[in-house]
Design a protein around this ligand. Structure first.
Ligand code: CTP
Ligand code: C5P
Length: 351
């Protein structure tokens, strides 16, 4: 891709985004989708563990894991490792980016300074709408609840719409001669293990269909408070992955002959984790195995949703403090903005 040069009279716009991208979720993916739509080439700068520790508190995922996850998002063209916490004009210029894009929330340094003040005053800042109802803070909160209450109370504040699914989906059918791969699972808290698995599954064909089990089915075989993310949320996380072509929303647990014929599946793939039997003890992959259309692949990654929850619980106090600190910092800024607004307008306008 030529840098900011014109090709047939068209100027390429290079867009910069940056952030922690810790426990990457569909809110992050949605901001990157919107950012990409504002230009032609999207570069994402990701902060180091040390920077995040200093300004926010301990990240859940290591820098290597966070870099990999963002590289797996289909709207991302390039990742810059170890991007500075405060976005400077030098950073934009170094990467030849026209402007920086961020969600419409407040991001502050440890000293309470807006991390985008420099690019904002230079007119090189654009805002996209933050996805309501999901955040790393909220997901950590769900895990710390550690009860099934989040099901009873409705675990998510996110309002799923068909429009969002359309925006996330490629909407492409398989091409003539495409080899169709089918994989199934929970894909809860979509993580690096899932990403490595899908990369390997993609090597088995051209068009990957991911069958997502419903929340009650996942709860049956995972137990306790799983899934952490509901089916609608899991659909968006999986659709944002660059290896995925299509998703079945609420796939049957048994991979049947009907299902394989319906989607013209050439091969069914399962990864490194054990296969849980169906309610009656049967193997969900019995049919594809019988017809010689079943393979396993090694993701080479031992991350699981359960391990993420363990990490959170092990560092429970630190994460709780991180959440409290973040809320207090934001409340403080809101208060300051409100009093400024009151002084200027005599009333508080909605922020
Ligand atoms: N973002 C978003 N919608 C969300 C969460 C994040 O649009 N629900 C956007 C942020 O506005 C930012 C980008 O994702 O432009 C990267 O944000 P990052 O610094 O990683 O996340 P936080 O906003 O700190 O995330 P969280 O509140 O999830 O801790
Ligand atoms: O556990 P879950 O149902 O989310 O897994 C979905 C798919 O990803 C399964 O095929 C599983 O074996 C695979 N996987 C993997 N390596 C991991 C985690 C999941 O191969 N670390």
């Amino acid at each position: 891709m030529p840098e900011n040069t014109s090709q047939n009279g068209h100027k390429y716009t290079r867009v910069w985004c940056d952030g922690c991208y810790d426990m990457v979720h569909f809110g992050h993916a949605n901001s990157l989708r919107q950012a990409k739509a504002l230009g032609d080439y999207l570069i994402v700068g990701i902060h180091t563990d040390e920077e995040i520790m200093k300004h926010k508190g301990p990240p859940v995922f290591t820098a290597e894991e966070r870099y990999k996850m963002v590289r797996g998002i289909k709207w991302v063209d390039e990742v810059v490792e170890g991007a500075p916490y405060v976005t400077t004009l030098e950073t934009l210029d170094k990467h030849n980016c026209d402007f920086c894009v961020h969600g419409d929330d407040i991001t502050l340094t440890a000293d309470g300074v807006d991390t985008y003040h420099l690019v904002k005053s230079a007119g090189r800042y654009r805002e996209v709408q933050r996805t309501a109802g999901v955040s790393t803070t909220d997901l950590v909160g769900r895990m710390l609840l550690l009860t099934r209450n989040h099901f009873k109370q409705g675990c998510s504040q996110f309002l799923p719409t068909t429009q969002k699914i359309i925006q996330f989906s490629d909407g492409k059918s398989p091409k003539q001669g495409d080899r169709i791969v089918y994989v199934a699972g929970a894909f809860d808290l979509f993580h690096v293990g899932h990403l490595d698995f899908l990369e390997k599954a993609k090597e088995k064909g051209d068009y990957i269909i991911v069958g997502l089990h419903t929340d009650p089915v996942v709860n049956r075989y995972k137990g306790t408070n799983y899934p952490i993310m509901n089916l609608h949320e899991r659909v968006l996380s999986v659709l944002a992955c660059k290896y995925v072509s299509e998703v079945v929303i609420g796939a049957p647990y048994l991979v049947t002959e009907d299902l394989m014929e319906h989607f013209k599946v050439d091969v069914v793939v399962h990864g490194d984790t054990p296969v849980m039997p169906d309610v009656d003890g049967s193997d969900p992959y019995e049919y594809p195995k019988k017809v010689g259309k079943f393979v396993t692949v090694k993701s080479g990654n031992d991350m699981t949703t359960e391990k993420i929850v363990e990490r959170i619980i092990r560092n429970r106090l630190q994460f709780e403090n991180r959440n409290i600190k973040k809320e207090m910092k934001e409340l403080d800024v809101l208060k300051k903005l409100e009093s400024l607004d009151f002084k200027q307008n005599g009333h508080v306008t909605s922020l």
